[in-house]
Design a protein around this ligand. Sequence first.
Ligand SMILES: *[C@@H]1O[C@H](CO)[C@@H](O)[C@H](O)[C@H]1NC(C)=O
Ligand SMILES: *[C@@H]1O[C@H](CO)[C@@H](O)[C@H](O)[C@H]1NC(C)=O
Ligand SMILES: *[C@@H]1O[C@H](CO)[C@@H](O)[C@H](O)[C@H]1NC(C)=O
Ligand SMILES: *[C@@H]1O[C@H](CO)[C@@H](O)[C@H](O)[C@H]1NC(C)=O
Ligand SMILES: *[C@@H]1O[C@H](CO)[C@@H](O)[C@H](O)[C@H]1NC(C)=O
Ligand SMILES: *[C@@H]1O[C@H](CO)[C@@H](O)[C@H](O)[C@H]1NC(C)=O
Length: 526
Amino acid sequence: MHSFRFPSGAKLASVSALALTFAQVAQGFIVFSTDPNIAYTPASSWDLLSEPGSSGCGSEFLLGPRDNGVVEFTFPQASTTWEWWGYQRSDGGLAQVCVDRGNCQDFSYYNASTNGSENPRLLATITGLSNELHEITLTNINDPSVNAFGQMTVDRFVLDGANAVPGPPVAPTFPADTFISTVPLGFSYHAPLILGGHQPAVEVLLDAGAPDVWVISNSCTQAACQGHNQYVPSPAFVNLSIEDTEAYGDGGPDNTFVSWRVNDTLTFGDITTPQTTFGAAVQIPTSGESLDGNFGIAKSYFAQCGNSDTYANFVETMYLQGIIKNPVIAFYQLDGTENVPSGVVSQGAIGGLDANKFTGEVDWIPMGPQEMWTNPTSNRWVQASSSSDTIDATAQFTHPAITFDTGDPGLLGLPHNDWVTLMALIGAQGPDSNSNYLIPCESTMTWNFFGTQMRNYTFNLADTTSDNGSGFCNPSANDAGDTTNWITGVPFLDQYYIAFHYSANLMGFATRNLGASAAGSSPYLG
Ligand SMILES: *[C@@H]1O[C@H](CO)[C@@H](O)[C@H](O)[C@H]1NC(C)=O
Ligand SMILES: *[C@@H]1O[C@H](CO)[C@@H](O)[C@H](O)[C@H]1NC(C)=O
Ligand SMILES: *[C@@H]1O[C@H](CO)[C@@H](O)[C@H](O)[C@H]1NC(C)=O
Ligand SMILES: *[C@@H]1O[C@H](CO)[C@@H](O)[C@H](O)[C@H]1NC(C)=O
Ligand SMILES: *[C@@H]1O[C@H](CO)[C@@H](O)[C@H](O)[C@H]1NC(C)=O
Ligand SMILES: *[C@@H]1O[C@H](CO)[C@@H](O)[C@H](O)[C@H]1NC(C)=O
């Protein structure tokens, strides 16, 4: 079953269903549970689960016999510290942890008060190691306090935790034979794609928050499919005869997508791939779909979470077929307030960056292993007004990951507990009987993602046009409720030239060029 994405209210629900999530974490070098440097034995006893607060691809659980579970971890980089994050268990649990096959000590993961689905907690810390590569062995042993073996879990290990910051990633390079192909973007990451060579183009959302693809097909006879540009199969099309369905809301026929996977040609600007996979929709929700389709550009082929039942998206496919030189899609999105010179328009580019669309250096920021474009950990500061102190709130938030989503119209959605923390930090008034807060109009948030430029990203948290007369405004961010990632969408992303690099697993952020030279295009090299 596949989750499709709506550019409407239904989106948030599917975001939380899709996005694997992160929990409380100290800063440091995170080694996710699926990292090849971790071995779980016997393999048949361990399963990867997505539980509340799971990071990266999910958490490993000892679901099989509990009396013989062993985890062996070889450091991928030198570190003086090691942290184990996992789930506490209410029915007991003890692990013997040995360093370099000696120096063993026991760590309990038993907590009679946990309900078992609380976010991963810090279960063990070892400090004072020599700054080298070490090998850690965790053996699940009998917990004498309950005279039983517990269910051991690994969400992640953290090296040089606590106060260390992750090392910066390496900026990708763009070889001299790099070329790009561009399309004009409509409103908010909407791009014209030509499928099967058929004109007019379909207008689709290039949705960083979705791994799946659907487009209204000419075999959809529903009223809701009419009045749209549709996909018309070319003579070369292949029907893969795989059906994808997704239900929304009450799940009735009016709220269900049905599409069939097909292969056909796709043209982006002046580049055509002879064969890429997408879903030809034969049934769409009747609630009024304004788009002709939703093309997910989340990682599929390049996601690192093992077997995925999604298929490579068109950017990945074009790269794998050698049609583009770099697996990159980049966006120059204007929101209409910029007063750019004539000839300067919003643009999407594949194959590389458009050197005319940005100034200065690109800050390449690290992404986690999962499909979504999610930064695993950042520094976060808040400031209530220009005269108040800047607070480093990083450790006060319990959800360190931020997902970037071109399909989300919101500035910033926070999991409920982090939202409450944020409101307290900036001295918000509320909540009122409708759960609404008023916040100081000058409130800002600053992020630093430990990117190649270590750049700070500062933005207003308030809708400054809504001052109630005493310096209090409506927030532009919102309480996203029962989600486990922070999610930032169009209002944040629009402010930058942004690029998604699939093989490097990095997102690039640069200052947009709003001058006349942005009317031209040339590939960025170097
Ligand atoms: C045990 O779990 C309870 C309930 O979540 C929590 O309040 C408490 O802090 C936990 N104790 C430890 C030592 O982690
Ligand atoms: C477990 O406790 C957490 C709060 O610590 C709560 O959010 C969650 O809903 C609880 N889960 C169950 C299954 O009771
Ligand atoms: C693909 O095949 C299925 C049946 O296997 C059919 O229902 C569907 O309409 C076909 N799609 C296209 C685009 O021909
Ligand atoms: C469909 O297209 C994908 C991407 O090019 C390719 O990997 C796959 O083999 C194709 N399948 C068929 C049956 O043509
Ligand atoms: C980012 O902002 C914080 C808070 O104002 C500041 O302490 C830090 O030095 C800034 N970092 C950079 C690289 O500008
Ligand atoms: C604006 O909102 C703040 C916070 O709720 C409140 O203290 C203040 O009285 C309000 N000002 C006006 C003019 O309503």
